[in-house]
Design a binder for this molecule. Structure first.
Ligand code: ITT
Length: 192
């Protein structure tokens, strides 16, 4: 079965390919298809926008992830705005912005949320969600992963997400959980 991976984020592509390896799906790049503007108020809305747009444009099943980091001391921000936090242009600048916002805060608790949606061109949706709780460190550690990974120490771990391999991150992460649920729902299905 051919499934378009509807994301422009190379880190997500890597994690999705890793989590779905061996399922027998052929994962296809989004290519020149444009992703819609993320106008939704929730991860679910934005994931559906991306997955449906890619499914309709390609005529195939399409998979999208919408995700974000919710920081307690910031009232749950940046949340669905995580990719554009502080209007900073890249991961490193956004990490610096987050550290600035949290300066002086003793409550460093945060959680990652991922919503993964599989959409058909006919408009059928399957929705899967995962969460990962942890805390924001005072400075970055590690070179792997993407986004806020170097600042995020998951509960019960001694290494940040950026100090883990893709497989180690998959075993605990928000996206790993959502994709494991999708995988479980499809493993052993004959088709569709
Ligand atoms: P697509 O919409 O093209 O998939 P995006 O990066 O814009 O890519 P989102 O709108 O879902 O995706 O933004 C999610 C942001 O949340 C992402 O850019 C990171 O800054 C952050 N984020 C989500 N999951 C993360 C993870 O596993 N590790 C680190 N940061 C993550």
């Amino acid at each position: 079965k051919q499934v378009v991976v509807a994301t422009g984020n190379a880190g997500k592509v890597r994690e999705i390919a890793d989590a779905l390896a061996g399922l027998g799906w052929v994962l296809m790049p989004l290519g020149p298809l444009p992703l819609p503007e993320e106008t939704g108020a929730t991860y679910e809305d934005n994931a559906a926008l991306k997955a449906c747009a890619a499914a309709v444009a390609s005529g195939r099943l399409a998979l999208a992830d919408d995700s974000g980091l919710e920081v307690e001391a910031l009232g749950g921000q940046p949340g669905v705005y995580s990719a554009r936090f502080g209007n900073r242009p890249n991961d490193q600048e956004r990490n610096l912005f987050l550290l600035e916002k949290l300066r002086g805060h003793t409550n460093r608790r945060a959680k990652f949320v991922s919503v993964v949606i599989l959409a058909s061109p006919e408009g059928q949706l399957e929705t899967y969600r995962g969460e990962l709780r942890g805390q924001i460190l005072e400075g970055p550690r590690g070179e792997n992963g993407f986004g806020y990974d170097p600042l995020f120490l998951p509960d019960g771990q001694t290494r940040t997400l950026a100090e883990m391999t893709v497989a180690e991150k998959r075993a605990i992460s928000h996206r790993g959980q959502a994709l494991a649920a999708l995988r479980a729902a499809h493993q052993g299905r004959m088709s569709a």
